[in-house]
Design a protein around this ligand. Structure first.
Ligand code: GAR
Length: 206
């Protein structure tokens, strides 16, 4: 059984999909903890309901959460806590803070992220809005390993979602979200079954 640590900042529907997949043994992994940077995250309630330990680790400084923090206390706390938990896999399930470089280096090829677009299209915030504004006809979701860039790491899985003429940011986000849950669980399943290999910046499924 792989030890999975989840980082989430908000609603936690992707976190819930991982909880469900772990409970039904679709994935050979146990969720060892949730770390959040948001004391009001709905994800906390989901963790508590399933007796998953929760750690709230947030920046003391009033920094834009998307900026790379120079808050060394936060960075040190996060790294120390994660080292103590010693996970095999860290899943960013709607974690809306950019991770410190030393953290990413320490857990190289062990952190995966779900993003609501077909990367490398529409990285960063409001990916669904970017897709609508761009007039693209197809978007989707991507699960990728996290590297030092923003949404740039090696891609594990992607799923397409058509954009309809009457889509709003909300309707498109909802449709992509349904695909996210499945795609994220599939990627975790592959990881837990040791099926993923990263070579020269690309993921190979064994
Ligand atoms: C999801 O759509 C996820 O892809 C997105 O936040 C949402 C979280 O929903 N993540 C990003 O945009 C990261 N760049 P959830 O809290 O219900 O899982």
């Amino acid at each position: 059984m792989k030890k999975i640590l989840v980082l989430a900042s908000g609603r936690g529907s992707n976190f819930q999909a991982i909880i469900d997949a772990s409970r039904t043994q679709k994935i050979k992994g146990e969720i060892i903890a949730l770390i959040t940077n948001n004391i009001s995250a709905k994800a906390i309630g989901r963790a508590k309901k399933h007796h998953i330990p929760v750690y709230v680790i947030h920046s003391q400084k009033n920094l834009d959460p998307r900026l790379r923090g120079d808050d060394l206390t936060f960075e040190k706390k996060l790294l120390t806590q994660c080292q103590e938990l010693n996970p095999d896999l860290i899943v960013l399930a709607g974690y809306m803070k950019i991770l410190p470089q030393n953290f990413i280096k320490h857990f190289k090829n062990k952190i995966i992220n779900i993003h609501p677009a077909l990367l490398p299209q529409f990285p960063g915030l409001h990916a669904q809005k970017q897709a609508l504004q761009n007039g693209t006809k197809v978007s989707g979701c991507t699960v990728h390993f996290v590297d030092e860039g923003v949404d740039t790491g090696p891609i594990i899985l992607q799923e397409k979602v058509p954009i309809l003429g009457n889509d709003t940011e909300e309707t498109l986000s909802d449709r992509i979200l349904q695909k996210e849950h499945l795609t994220l669980v599939s990627a975790i399943e592959l990881f837990c079954n040791d099926k993923l290999e990263v070579k020269e910046g690309k993921v190979y499924i064994k």
